[in-house]
Write a protein that binds this ligand. Sequence first.
Ligand SMILES: Nc1ncnc2c1ncn2[C@@H]1O[C@H](COP(=O)(O)OP(=O)(O)OP(=O)(O)O)[C@@H](O)[C@H]1O
Length: 272
Amino acid sequence: MTIPALEFSHVTLSRGGHDVLRDVSFKVPQGSFVGVLGANGAGKTTLFRGILGLEAPGAGTILFEGRKVRRGNSAAGYMPQMRNMPGGQLSGLSMVEAAYRGQVPGLPWGGRKGRAAAEAALAAVDALSLAHRPVATLSGGQRQRLLLAQVLLDDPSLLLLDEPMASLDPARMSDTVTRIHTLARKRNMTVLLSAHDINPLLGFMDYVLYLAGGKALLGPVREVITSETLTALYGAPVEVLKVGQRLFVVAEGGGGLFQSHDCTGHHHNASL
Ligand SMILES: Nc1ncnc2c1ncn2[C@@H]1O[C@H](COP(=O)(O)OP(=O)(O)OP(=O)(O)O)[C@@H](O)[C@H]1O
């Protein structure tokens, strides 16, 4: 049997003194595309940080390709949530090149090899046309492509993408997922992609990893995203609604109307 890309065994991960995930176990087969879902604060980023060796588990073990995770493993590519991007007149090519072997803007570039690697990574994400544009003038979706190019520089076998679709419009979301999925298939990369809305990921995911109430459940969408399974996971009544081709996860509080959370990340009042 091939070794899983990731294996969590009874893992507890804590932030700021409280357990975010408790006694979590799952295996991710190599080459699979996994949507990581959960409400705000469910622990998606914490999970990624655990895989990157940035948060040590309080209990249990996390294996990456059969070995204990370690900090700085270039086989794991991480794209954090898009917050601060270098501004000013830095070009797309310079920004990607700056990530080559951990270089930072302002220091000498990685030479001819670094330039070639950056151009190849830009080509892989269809962003060669952005190479000479100042990053400050690019749209959110274009910047997202540069970040993806940076992650590809080290030729990782695992991609951890933290909300790469946040703040993109639906067309850009669809472009982004399609691009990542195609690239991952071509390079046999395992992908964990976190999102608030499951809908842009439907049709791409081999598995969903659903985080709630300190627990995590991995399985095919049709098994995990059901009223019964999510009710058990949350430990409170949850209804999965299908509207056309879209899925909505709605929590119900004791019969009345209440503030609930759905997969789109919007809070709303739901009457079931
Ligand atoms: N540096 C920190 N110090 C203390 N607590 C933290 C820290 N970072 C995160 N937390 C807490 O850990 C929990 C999990 O946060 P995490 O960022 O993993 O959630 P998330 O699922 O990624 O959320 P979001 O969807 O909002 O990005 C939250 O309760 C959060 O408040």
